[in-house]
Design a protein around this ligand. Structure first.
Ligand code: DP6
Length: 373
């Protein structure tokens, strides 16, 4: 047996956001969150791990660059996996004493500000769990790397239960529905041209917990009902309910960012234009056909059904003229220059290249082991 395990793992985009920790060290959230896992054929992290006696110290390579192993969260994940392996006696003590080499790459630009740490930690933990042959819930371990990573260990629609135990033992993710449940669901990520430096999610949420009064209201009053309602909307494949809750939750999350002192401003003018366009589009259709959600950055993530992809991509192309000849990446896009959708649209196209490109993808499965020879 060779000792290399390689795994690919997906990105997830929350529809009910995680924002705020009750325990910074263990990464325990204040509220439940819900997300969709995105197809690894379009975006994924890929991680190879091995343990050998001739590796002098633990090593990590990120996108081809040798990085130091002093990251505390990374060390916590490895320590936890080894502790479980020791407990379960799943590998020998000798194997446990060897150092590890980790090589991780993303197949999408990290500069795009997309949820790369979620995919990265889910991938790392899935690979280490396989290497050390542990049988255990890995969402709990991925959570120690980055909170949102615990949702990337499952495919489809996923709920992260905040839990109440101080040791985090019940702060785990579970699947709401698998990727085949709502086959028509599609996702467009609008990568906004942007040069601003942003406050990291970790820093931003710490500051919100310390200063935002709205955050307390959100955790106690808004999220519990929203989580219940959106899980029902997912089970019933009720797009308009799903979409409305998603948009309201994104808006509330960004309201909390502004209520934070000093404020965390993640959305830009272009982000706000996208919000306006989506609401206009839904309004003239007399139906909710598209939902937006924004994480801690200016990029928009749109949820919509496959039947509306062609119209919505045509609208985006029209509203955001581009000089790129590869504007839509990812899945094969249908026609994107339909003119009938633009006929009555009451807004004028914006200036060129405000959106760099669009990633077209869908809901997909959890991590996959691609070799463990
Ligand atoms: C806005 O999971 O990146 O994307 O736990 O500190 O690593 P840490 O934070 P992280 O926060 C994600 C915040 C979010 C919302 C979400 O994905 O639920």
């Amino acid at each position: 047996m060779s000792d290399i395990v390689t795994v690919i793992a997906p990105v997830n985009i929350a529809v009910i956001k995680y924002w705020g920790k009750r325990d910074e060290k263990l990464i325990l959230p204040l509220n439940d969150s819900v997300s969709a896992t995105l197809d690894t054929s379009v975006m994924c992290a890929k991680t190879s791990v091995c343990a050998r006696p001739d590796i002098l110290e633990n090593e990590i390579w990120l996108n081809g660059v040798h990085s130091s192993f002093c990251n505390q969260r990374l060390q916590n994940c490895l320590t936890e996996i080894k502790a479980i392996a020791r407990n379960q006696k799943s590998v020998t003590d000798e194997f446990l004493s060897w150092n590890v080499r980790i090589c991780s790459v993303n197949n999408f630009p990290t500069a795009a500000g997309l949820a790369s740490s979620a995919a990265g930690y889910a991938c790392l933990v899935a690979a280490l769990a396989k290497l050390y042959k542990i049988q255990s819930d890995i969402s709990k371990i991925a959570r120690m790397g980055s909170g949102s990573a615990c949702r990337s260990v499952y495919g489809g629609f996923v709920r992260w239960h905040a839990g109440v135990n101080p040791d985090g033992s019940d702060s785990i993710a579970s699947q709401v529905a698998d990727s085949s449940h709502w086959k028509e669901m599609r996702v467009l990520i609008l990568v906004v041209a942007d040069t601003k430096k942003h406050i990291s999610s970790s820093k931003g949420m710490t500051c919100s917990v310390e200063t935002s009064e709205l955050l307390k209201y959100r955790v106690e009053h808004s999220v519990p009902k929203r989580v219940k309602d959106i899980c029902e909307a997912i089970k019933d494949r009720n797009f308009s309910n799903f979409a409305e809750i998603t948009m309201k939750d994104s808006n509330q999350f960004h309201a909390i960012c502004l209520d934070t002192y000093p404020p965390c401003v993640y959305m830009t003018d272009v982000s706000h234009k996208i919000v306006e366009i989506v609401h206009k589009y839904n309004e003239i259709n007399g139906d909710v056909k598209v939902a937006y959600t924004f994480d801690a950055g200016p990029n928009a993530c749109l949820y919509l059904l496959e039947k509306d992809i062609s119209d919505v991509l045509s609208l985006i192309r029209h509203m955001f003229p581009t000089s790129s000849n590869e504007f839509v990446k990812g899945l094969d896009a249908p026609e994107t220059n339909k003119t009938d959708v633009l006929k009555d649209f009451p807004m004028k196209p914006l200036e060129k290249d405000l959106i760099k490109y669009v990633i077209y993808t869908k809901v997909g499965d959890g991590p996959k082991i691609i070799n463990d020879e």
